[in-house]
Design a protein around this ligand. Structure first.
Ligand SMILES: Cc1ncc(COP(=O)(O)O)c(C=O)c1O
Length: 361
């Protein structure tokens, strides 16, 4: 296959967790509870559903290429100008546009090990050199990341809270870090889970620290239950946004995704309910792991990661759970082969998970 460049041949693609359909085929369990992809278990916001439904009559038309209504609403909500806002095909879609817009072939990207795999895949598909700094105590090590910046570093990717560890770096750590980043290095602050911890005073909500070389990415996939329609948004200096808008696909995101985002934003009741369900779910998981003597990482997101003795223990527990219809996420692909990530579910899903976990562990 001489047409395929070597870096694409070598690329290890993102592999999503096991799907409900796959589990049905494999074990056909009586009940399936999926706690593997950090999705919202409530379904989409009813307001978003209604808006999406109404949009179907207009699918013969192309979408507004600038997502004007949604960007205007986001600008108003977060107190910036519309020129500072971009929307995309999920936050990962915007990340892909960033990688196409700013990187030259001989430039490098820098991130942590044990973080969101999507960034690694995008960097490697672009054929550039990607440096990954080890986690420290399962947390992103901003000091070590700053020490690894070189003249070639162009983009630094940081997920806060981090997936799959659920940890954050603090205001103090971020303020010290930002002083060490040259102005010509772009920092992607991926805040896909910010809704789950935005009230915490130690969490550095990047919208409070507007910096010209920082792009904030956020999503409707998690807190708003819209992972399937693919809608995310980002904030940055107007010059960065202006150039990203030139490179993005003209009609991304779709009409249905744009109206879903707009309606979901107005559904505060839905968001509040989910945040409460999530807080309760996190406490249920902590209690379960304390009772069963399992090491877990304290989480600022909608999932908890547990640490077991070995990869074998992970595989056995995972298989035993699957047979009972519970899907969780072993973290080998994230580079933490002795860990499993479990997201929170609805109250009766949590009851089922606790029952099954106690039985198989
Ligand atoms: C840290 C992080 N960023 C981005 C994403 C992808 O979000 P989206 O669905 O908006 O592309 C995920 C999804 O798991 C994530 O965990």
């Amino acid at each position: 296959m001489p047409l395929v460049p070597q870096h694409i041949k070598d690329l290890i693609p993102y592999k999503a967790g096991k799907s409900i359909e796959e589990l049905h085929k494999e074990y056909n369990p009586q009940r399936i509870v999926k706690l593997a992809s950090n999705e919202n278990p409530m379904g989409p916001s009813p307001k978003a559903l209604e808006a999406m439904h109404n949009s179907l009559n207009f699918l013969n038309r192309y979408p507004n290429p600038s997502s004007i209504d949604l960007r205007e609403a986001l600008a108003k909500r977060f107190d910036v100008k519309i020129e500072n806002v971009i929307t995309g095909h999920g936050s990962e879609g915007i990340m892909s546009v960033i990688m196409r817009t700013f990187l030259l072939d001989d430039e490098e990207a820098l991130t942590s090990e044990g973080t969101f795999i999507g960034f690694r895949v995008l960097a490697q598909s672009r054929g550039i050199n990607l440096k990954m700094v080890p986690l420290k105590n399962y947390r992103i090590d901003l000091i070590a990341i700053a020490e690894n910046i070189t003249a070639k570093t162009k983009i630094i990717y940081l997920a806060n809270p981090n997936n799959p560890t659920g940890t954050i770096f603090t205001v103090k750590e971020f303020l010290e870090f930002k002083e060490k980043v040259p102005a010509n290095v772009l920092v992607i602050l991926d805040e896909a889970y910010f809704e789950f911890c935005s009230g915490d005073p130690v969490y550095p909500d990047s919208m409070k620290y507007r910096l010209d070389n920082v792009i904030t990415l956020r999503t409707y996939s998690k807190a708003y239950g819209l992972a399937g329609i693919r809608i995310g948004y980002g904030f940055a200096h107007h010059e960065l946004i202006n150039n990203l808008m030139k490179v993005k696909l003209p009609f991304e995101p779709s009409i249905t995704a744009q109206v879903a985002g707009l309606a979901a934003m107005k559904d505060q009741e839905f968001l509040d309910t989910y945040l409460r369900i999530n807080r309760e779910g996190i406490q249920i998981l902590y209690k379960l792991f304390e009772e069963t003597g399992i090491k877990y990482i304290e989480s600022y997101a909608n999932f908890v990661t547990i640490i077991l003795d070995s990869e074998e223990r992970v595989n056995k527990l995972n298989n035993d759970l699957l047979k009972q219809g519970v899907i969780v996420r072993p973290l080998k692909a994230f580079g933490i082969s002795n860990a499993i990530r479990i997201n929170t579910g609805l109250p009766d899903e949590m009851d089922y998970f606790v029952k099954v976990f106690k039985k198989v562990f």
